[in-house]
Design a protein around this ligand. Structure first.
Ligand code: PEP
Ligand code: MN
Length: 360
């Protein structure tokens, strides 16, 4: 997959000079709501209209979508506005109906991409299609599972592929409904730079007030497109009411997005940047040498622990190191969160090495 450059060619064909923008309601609720929302989205920077017709709901007893009945409403949106249409499919029957109604873009939801059986069934049902297929990240942070889902479509000869980053479930959601875990998505992007990465800030944020910032962050990380839930009357939406925005707000969000240049252009600035970068490279070398020296010392301690049969983890010593590091780090202008991350990782490596020595 990573050698085939053309996998992401479709995005320019759909979006032209802008980043790809897929927008529309979480669910197709009524024909009026579908059409009224689409008619308000009069912005040439929105190329694709989304609406869920089969809705995977966490708990039973909620609106689960109208299914097939809603497909003609979307067809009307396409005919009237010229936008392409996109729906979520979760099984072979959905796939067949999407084909029958000539839906342009089919996406695999987060609750489906976790399930290799379901993904395989869908991939076989649409084998060889030239429709665009977008695969949302699975709800659990498992990069291999996400890649595996994409591979299943690729193996069925599907060549217009993209992925959607919608964040990951957690037991105690913090600031976001679904934790973005940026590094996981960036690892995907690094591995498969030819597969377009789209951000779904609506499902990451779970509330409308952080969508703008999340979208900008993704743009800064060179994501190629957005999927933003948009509803004519968000507060009255039958699903995901808190995170949907009005079409007018969507236009404000798009207008405020700042497309940064790919490269520095001014040669004087390039010189300056290179000067800083060479210093950074030098410091990185020193950091690595210091880390290696530190690990050597930890190894020596590991040998002594083995000899005297002493436990690897020494809580008091570790608490003391962390406390000192935080004080020093903060006084040097580093954040406590950063110190925590770095030192936890260093400590973990020392423990792993010592474990190996003790169990040799
Ligand atoms: C959706 O896009 O409305 C949806 C159900 O998303 P996800 O699969 O990311 O939960
Ligand atoms: Mn939704």
């Amino acid at each position: 997959m990573n050698t085939e450059k053309h996998l992401g060619n479709w995005i320019k064909e759909v979006a032209g000079e802008y980043p790809l923008m897929i927008a529309g309601p979480c669910s197709a609720e009524t024909e009026e709501q579908v059409l009224a929302t689409a008619r308000e989205m009069k912005d040439k920077r929105i190329q694709v209209y989304r609406a869920g017709v089969w809705k995977p709901r966490t708990r039973p007893g909620n609106f689960e979508g109208h299914g097939k009945k809603a497909l003609p409403w979307l067809k009307k949106v396409k005919e009237e506005t010229g936008m392409k249409i996109a729906i979520e499919i979760a099984n072979a029957e959905h796939a067949a109906l999407a084909m029958e109604y000539d839906v342009d873009i089919l996406w695999i939801g987060a609750r489906t991409s976790v399930n290799p059986f379901a993904v395989q069934e869908i991939a076989e049902a649409i084998k060889g299609t030239d429709k665009i297929i977008l695969i949302k990240n699975p709800i659990n942070p498992d990069l291999a599972l996400w890649i595996g889902a994409v591979e299943r479509f690729y193996k069925m000869g599907i060549k217009k592929l993209g992925v959607i980053h919608r964040g990951f479930s957690s037991f105690r959601p913090g600031n976001y409904r679904n934790d973005p875990q940026w590094q996981l998505a960036l690892d995907f992007k690094t591995k498969y730079p030819n597969i377009p990465m789209i951000i779904d800030p609506s499902h990451i944020c779970g509330r409308r007030d952080c969508i703008q910032d999340m979208a900008q962050k993704a743009l800064d990380l060179k994501y190629e497109g957005f999927m933003i839930e948009t509803h004519i009357n968000p507060d009255e939406a039958w699903s995901d009411a808190k995170q949907q925005v009005t079409p007018a707000r969507l236009t404000e969000i798009i207008t405020a997005l700042c497309l940064r240049k790919q490269q520095f252009q001014d040669p004087v600035v390039v010189d300056q940047i290179n000067f800083y970068r060479s210093q950074i490279d030098e410091l990185d070398n020193e950091l690595l040498e210091l880390l290696s020296e530190r690990m050597n010392l930890a190894q020596k301690i590991g040998e002594l622990k083995k000899e005297k049969n002493v436990a690897v983890l020494q809580r008091n010593r570790w608490a003391e190191i962390m406390e000192k590091a935080k004080q020093k780090g903060v006084s040097l202008g580093l954040s406590e969160k950063f110190i925590n991350r770095i030192f936890n990782s260093i400590h973990q490596e020392s423990i792993d090495n010592q474990e190996k020595i003790l169990n040799r």
